[in-house]
Design a protein around this ligand. Sequence first.
Ligand code: ADP
Ligand code: MG
Length: 252
Amino acid sequence: MKNFILTAEGVNKTFDGFKAISDLNFYMDEGELRTVIGPNGAGKTTFLDLITGRSKPDAGTIQFGRESTELTKLNEYQIYRLGIGRKFQTPTVYVDHTVFENILLSMEGSRGVFSALFARVTPAQRERIHDILKTVGLGEKIDAKAGSLAHGQKQWLEIGMLLAQNAKLLLVDEPAAGMTDEETAKTGELLLSLAGRHSIIVIEHDMVFVRQIAKKVTVLHQGTILCEGSVDEVQNNERVIEVYLGRKHHHN
Ligand code: ADP
Ligand code: MG
């Protein structure tokens, strides 16, 4: 039996009469790496807002995990505690703290910033921090101030912070934005390496990047799913081509 990590059904969200999300149905398997694409204003970020409890849908259900926990009834903090981590487009790291401290501060069970920084770090915690930094490719930056990292490195640190938080579902909004080609490729490898053990939704515009990471792609348009499939399938889909190129059908 397949386990869905996320099930969204009949989801609607209106802002001042404008339907940002419209009858959205979305199903994602546990361990899946799903890429969501779609033109500007398609509702991609709004969808993440609804998952994380940043905003509430007008209608519909969003369920998470094996217990099918209804997310629309929970607040942002409760959803975060369930194991849903979000990476915003702009990295939000503690710039005046070291890479090590950033991971420590994100670790589950940390008792607030002050005690986390001044309590003794256990050997187990230290080992876990090292593992996470190795995973995200920042092992050599462990003592560097987060503020001194390059843009791409900050993004990887933030992904490391999601791992430290024990997120089962990672929501990653446009990670390649502002990255060099090399950073983008490394980010793709990282996300691919995390899939399976984690479920990941990546929102992305950069089709080179999408091609590198994508297994199943969901195309969002006007708040609803236009099509789903492999990169080739969606790129060859008539409706997708129409939406992206604005091509009109000729009716005789
Ligand atoms: P995407 O991320 O796909 O570019 P968004 O989810 O950011 O699209 O936005 C979808 C639509 O909803 C846009 O037209 C946007 O202006 C509108 N929207 C999103 N958030 C709000 C909000 N808080 N208030 C009003 N309109 C919003
Ligand atoms: Mg967006």
